[in-house]
Design a protein around this ligand. Structure first.
Ligand SMILES: O=C(O)[C@H](O)[C@@H](O)[C@H](O)[C@H](O)COP(=O)(O)O
Length: 283
């Protein structure tokens, strides 16, 4: 069978950030159940910034198999783990320190290597290889869930627009020393890794993200990094936005519900498009 084209992005828009936070927690728990049922564990990759804070709804969730979680970081600044710039640190503060995931299942960079970016990236890639070689890795690792943010320039993880790192095809983890904002020196999972997951979820809040969200969803042909995260079949990509971030995009929102596979994603997006078109006719 010829390879299926990637599923269309499923876009959820929420009236308030609090509703988004609850729905996101609900989604992550369902993704975990699905992964544990199918593959016996849950591999998740986390990003930094407002996304980490929006994971606070996971604290206090019941019926979560925390002992099945294997936590990685989509990108990481080359800083000590206790630095406020650290992705690990922001997720520790927002939820990881409040839930009983065994410490050896939270996979951080080796902080003794932060002066050598190449070594730092290689060592983190080795951790991925050690982990995924035992399970599903063929050419690239397949995360159950990648949680991503969107910069106002369309960046995600530490994949910045027009940066050479976007062309990386071999490495699972690479590095940059010239990030245009935030910590300059970072390592990051590469685009092929981001596009080989079972589920990628972008979380975007606040009016300052509205214009960029419009570009990413309505004009994907521009090719900004976030638009390029279209997981290969059977992978799915979801966007969670609050009303402020969603205020400019024309991309039709789907009512929040669990979507299990590519066919359901295609049907949901087609139904949302029909609904948006019929609303337009009424106006
Ligand atoms: O290390 C980083 O900076 C992130 O991984 C980055 O990709 C972030 O998620 C976006 O820039 C959105 O950040 P905000 O949500 O804080 O705006």
């Amino acid at each position: 069978m010829p390879p299926q084209p990637p599923a269309p992005p499923v876009f959820y828009s929420f009236n308030t950030t609090d509703v988004l936070v609850d729905s996101l927690a609900n989604f992550v728990v369902k993704a975990q159940r699905d992964a544990v049922e199918k593959r016996g564990k849950f591999t998740i990759a986390l990003s930094r910034g407002t996304l980490a804070a929006n994971l606070r709804g996971l604290v206090g969730q019941e019926n979560v198999q925390w002992d099945k979680w294997e936590v990685f970081f989509c990108d990481e600044a080359a800083v000590p783990l206790e630095s406020e710039d650290s992705n690990y640190h922001s997720n520790i503060v927002s939820f990881l320190s409040h839930v009983p995931i065994p410490k050896n299942q939270i996979h951080t960079i080796d902080p003794s290597l932060i002066d050598d970016l190449e070594e730092l990236a290689d060592q983190y890639e080795k951790q991925l290889i050690d982990h995924f070689a035992k399970s599903n890795a063929a050419r690239y690792p397949t995360f159950d869930l990648m949680l991503l943010g969107m910069g106002t320039d369309g960046e995600t993880a530490s994949l910045f627009p027009r940066h050479d790192i976007l062309t990386e095809k071999d490495a699972w983890v690479s590095y940059i020393d010239d990030a245009p904002r935030g910590p300059k020196r970072r390592i990051t999972m590469t685009l092929p890794v981001l596009t080989h997951c079972y589920r990628a979820v972008f979380v975007v809040t606040g009016g300052e993200k509205a214009e960029m969200l419009h570009s990413i969803l309505d004009e994907p042909e521009i090719g900004l990094p976030c638009s390029r995260v279209r997981p290969a079949s059977p992978g799915l990509v979801f966007w969670f936005a609050d009303a402020d971030a969603a205020s400019t995009t024309k991309y039709p929102p789907t009512t929040f519900r669990w979507i299990d596979n590519q066919k359901e994603a295609e049907e949901a997006v087609a139904a949302a498009k029909r609904k948006a078109a019929s609303k337009g006719d009424d106006e």
